[in-house]
Ligand binder design. Sequence first.
Ligand SMILES: Nc1ncnc2c1ncn2[C@@H]1O[C@H](COP(=O)(O)OP(=O)(O)OP(=O)(O)O)[C@@H](O)[C@H]1O
Ligand SMILES: [Mg+2]
Length: 230
Amino acid sequence: MVAALHAAGVWKVYPSGEGRVDAVRGVDLEVHAGEMVAITGPSGCGKTSLLNVLSGLDAPSAGTVLIQGDSLFDLDDDRRTRLRGERLGFVFQAFNLLPVLTATENVEIPLLLSGQPAHEVRKVALEALASVGLADRADHLPAMLSGGQQQRVAVARAVVHRPSIVLCDEPTGNLDSVTSNEVLDLMSNLCREEGMTFLIVTHDDAVAARCDRVLRMRDGQFLDGASEEA
Ligand SMILES: Nc1ncnc2c1ncn2[C@@H]1O[C@H](COP(=O)(O)OP(=O)(O)OP(=O)(O)O)[C@@H](O)[C@H]1O
Ligand SMILES: [Mg+2]
């Protein structure tokens, strides 16, 4: 079966003054459909840089990234944008909800971007909100929601278009441990019940411990023997 995500020889080099920062240094990675994989490591080791390349947000300096067998950086900009919109979902530490839109309207965004007719998206968005336990907060603006509720809206938005893989950068970084566990419950249910794939960058050992596999990163590389069952 083709991997949900396959990366080979990924480098990310940033120019820096006269020199350069080698943020990601030759990473190989394969994530299978339905897996929940954590990437951990100290601040500055290259986790976000790697995730940005794996998600097609930022081009690698070298290497390849395949999403379900399709080479992300061999596509032209339009096709890459379409592939990202259809097959990938994103969750960030800072929720990134649009403050002037209600919870429902925030969740509708990926559906509207993928060209679904406006009159059809409301029902789908409301179902996604219900699935994260927020049916009764559908009309609330982000400022009227707690941090955990905002992140649950962000998870609903990330999965509403049924992506094959959801990439998360410190998804629980702004949450207390109880709320963080609720968000993790949500993700593992989507994993177990719907076969969705999660790749989660985290500082938090408690989050990593709930994943199927933990990859430890140092200085732009995975540690030898980094792959382990949690
Ligand atoms: N746009 C950029 N330009 C230049 N250097 C960068 C850029 N983004 C990141 N870096 C450098 O690349 C290295 C890796 O940064 P990155 O953000 O990937 O780390 P991280 O593991 O996500 O850290 P944190 O846990 O603090 O989020 C750091 O040394 C950082 O300063
Ligand atoms: Mg980071």
